[in-house]
Design a protein around this ligand. Structure first.
Ligand code: SF4
Length: 707
């Protein structure tokens, strides 16, 4: 009977034309894997999502975004052919025509304004192969030094801090499986419960096993709820809070002399600095009572094992890199790094925030985390690419600086791939005004995003279900995503589009790839010997397991945990750095009396280009809203659920009001997933961290009024 039933079901599935696709979520850095079952029932398609229980990272879990990710893929607003703007309207054209237009426009810009007048803007959700190819495309096919990407706004503070402190930047020094074993956890500026929901079980297990959890955040969130102590500090004062904790740790003798002596530099300077600072000043600066600072420091100091995690809340500031350095100082002076349950992690935001920053789509970078300024590195990459090292352009400028160059008409042509800078850049009104000055804007996307609306030419790209390639998750674990769904209409993969543009520009000999695997095999060679060494990783291996980098040869098992015996600087030591008082924020004033901080909500991802086109996710959270404390709402005369106008020196938005006691009285919060009148980046401050060029997304001064 059972066999008969099975047989019947199988037959039914075949009749229903069932297709099972193995894939992984395109959104956050957990990259949870799943099966999508597509079934045709009479004339209707039905979709079922089954999480992968064997996934070593997500362990069979998916959040609401992953469960509904396919909805944007099947959205009928997808662009399925190239489109040219004629008299303000997009008109379908053929690929041949699109490529001819690109050739003509790019060549004329190069002739009139020079090679560096063309620029490329990439994204942290591109596959490793496409991020790699984009860097090569800019430097070899376009011969421009101007390439950067939206990951500049995601990971640059943490990446710079880790590179300077440890000599290498892999977001997490330990695998996620270490978290349940640790006895103290610091979660600084991260709302993992909404941004990376499937990571939460690791922290809940740790809590069950007795870990003490310290949350640092101006808002009470679903994440701070799991904390034993929530330090609800003034926005942008994290660096100071950590100085207070460091002072207590040293005074109470929690510094690890052996570790400091044998594995670090710089402790003496820090000791001297800490002697001269006062906890009372830190209380004043941060708004956190001394008793809470002492408790947090002692719980971290006395735990046998501890892990520190930072995210954009502490990183997206004009001193974001230094703030992260101070959190790393906690690990280094206590020796709580490089062993099981002890380490540091920057919780990556974008799906491929890790891999996307390793292989060359950053202005100063070549594949394998090599430097474009380093002659040896240039020589190696030039030999892999088959070009003269002296023909490789030099370092370009960061993402926001590219916009400034566009505004000054120093850059006149732009190719955007997989990004929506009109929404995701700070000071968005200026950004939109600048993008309109371009002689030629090409956007490669799945939808007519806010940036695509400004384009002269749109090129349709494939979705996560259609495009195969590797990604590197927040742990530094490389995963291979299948692309089993047929591309609709005239859609092409990003790498195919780049190859075809290179070919029409006469540089096709450098881009002879027939598959993402071909690109990956070149990336492996390019990365060999670099900090992010993928040489031993192959598609064949990735079909069987997910591998951590560095993985320098095919017999290497990959590196789960970093720094067990030495750091990555040439002398094997980590560097402790004094983080002194630095001006770090636009001050509030009578005219602009509130701090604005921004972030994500559970149902949406980045600028919302995909999640706003998913019916379930969009109906969950259809519009932006501001969170404001009841006392602040009363003071400024705004009512719950009413529309309010929020203004900074740079612009204004109109959003609905949500009154909640979960936020500080001096601070308001608005998510950043919407465009136009709800685009909160119209208000944000473009001042950036001088070392890593991270803008101050998380803090600016604003005023509020009823609308
Ligand atoms: Fe997993 Fe992140 Fe996707 Fe949620 S958004 S399913 S946590 S990858």
């Amino acid at each position: 009977m059972n066999d008969l039933l099975k047989h019947f079901r199988e037959k039914q599935k075949q009749l229903n034309n069932e297709k099972i696709m193995n894939t992984q979520c395109p959104y956050c850095s957990m990259q949870c894997s799943m099966q999508l079952i597509e079934e045709r029932i009479i004339e209707r398609m039905k979709y079922k999502v089954v999480p992968n229980k064997m996934d070593p990272t997500s362990q069979g879990k998916l959040c609401i975004k992953g469960l509904n990710a396919h909805q944007h893929v099947i959205n009928d607003k997808r662009i399925t052919s190239p489109m040219l703007k004629i008299d303000g309207e997009f008109v379908k054209i053929t690929w041949d025509m699109a490529l001819e237009i690109i050739k003509e426009k790019f060549k004329s810009i190069q002739e009139e304004d020079g090679f560096d007048a063309l620029s490329v803007y990439g994204g942290g959700s591109l596959t490793n192969e496409e991020a790699y190819m984009l860097g090569k495309f800019a430097r070899v096919a376009l011969k421009t030094r101007h390439i950067d990407y939206n990951g500049r706004y995601c990971m640059s503070s943490a990446a710079t801090a880790a590179n300077d402190a440890f000599g290498i930047d892999r977001g997490m020094t330990n695998p996620l499986s270490d978290i349940p074993m640790t006895k103290c956890i610091i979660l600084a500026g991260t709302n993992i419960a909404e941004c990376q929901p499937t990571i939460m079980p690791y922290f809940l297990k740790a809590k069950k096993n007795g870990a003490f959890i310290i949350a640092i955040d101006p808002r009470e969130t679903a994440t701070t709820k799991i904390a034993d102590i929530h330090l609800q500090l003034k926005p942008g004062t994290d660096w100071s809070l950590v100085n207070g904790m460091l002072k207590v740790l040293v005074e109470e003798g929690y510094d690890n002399e052996d570790f400091i002596e044998n594995r670090t530099h710089g402790y003496n300077d820090l000791q001297q600095f800490l002697r001269n600072i006062q906890l009372t000043d830190i209380v004043e600066q941060t708004g956190i009572p001394e008793q809470q600072i002492r408790l947090a420091a002692k719980m971290y100091g006395k735990a046998n094992s501890a892990m520190v995690f930072t995210a954009r809340g502490v990183e997206q500031h004009v001193n974001g890199n230094e703030t992260v350095r101070n959190f790393i100082n906690l690990c280094l002076i206590t020796g709580k790094i490089g062993r099981e349950g002890c380490g540091y992690g920057a919780i990556t935001g974008q799906g491929n925030g890790q891999g996307g920053r390793e292989h060359g789509q950053k202005a100063d970078q070549l594949p394998g985390y090599r430097s474009i300024d380093n002659m040896e590195h240039r020589k190696h990459i030039a030999s892999v690419w088959g070009v003269n090292e002296f023909d490789l352009p030099s370092k370009g400028v960061s993402a926001y600086e590219m916009i400034e160059k566009i505004d000054r008409k120093e850059i006149t042509g732009l190719l955007v791939v997989g990004s929506n800078p009109a929404v995701s850049n700070p000071n968005a009104i200026f950004v939109e005004k600048s993008l309109k000055k371009l002689k030629f804007l090409v956007v490669v996307d799945m939808f007519i995003s806010e940036t695509a609306q400004l384009a002269d030419l749109l090129l349709p790209s494939s979705s996560y279900l259609e495009n195969a390639g590797t990604m590197t998750n927040l742990e530094g674990r490389i995963t291979l995503r299948n692309g089993e769904r047929k591309k609709p209409g005239e859609v092409k993969h990003d790498w195919e589009i780049l190859r075809e543009i290179a070919t029409i520009l006469g540089e096709g000999e450098y881009f002879k790839y027939d598959s993402s695997e071909d690109i990956f095999n070149e990336l492996r060679v390019a990365s060999q010997g670099g900090r992010a060494d993928y040489a031993g990783v192959t598609y064949e291996r990735l079909n069987k397991e997910k591998l951590f980098w560095p993985c320098p040869n095919s017999d290497h098992p990959g590196t789960e945990r970093l720094f067990s015996d030495q750091f990555a600087h040439p002398d094997g030591r980590a560097v402790i750095k004094v983080i002194a008082n630095t001006p770090n924020r636009e001050a509030i004033s009578e005219d602009y009396p509130l701090y604005l901080t921004t972030g994500r909500v559970l149902a949406h991802y980045l600028s919302g280009t995909q999640t706003r086109r998913s019916s379930t996710l969009n109906s969950r959270y259809p519009e932006s809203r501001i969170e404001i404390h009841p006392l602040a709402a009363k003071k400024f005369g705004v009512k719950d659920k009413s529309f309010v106008k929020l203004e900074s020196k740079r612009g204004s938005v109109v959003v609905r009001c949500k009154i909640t006691p979960k936020i500080r009285r001096d601070t308001v919060f608005v998510p950043f997933h919407w465009g136009d009148i709800q685009n909160i980046n119209r208000l944000t401050d473009p001042s950036f961290d001088p070392s890593c060029k991270m803008p101050s997304f998380k803090l600016c001064a604003v005023k509020i009024s009823p609308f």
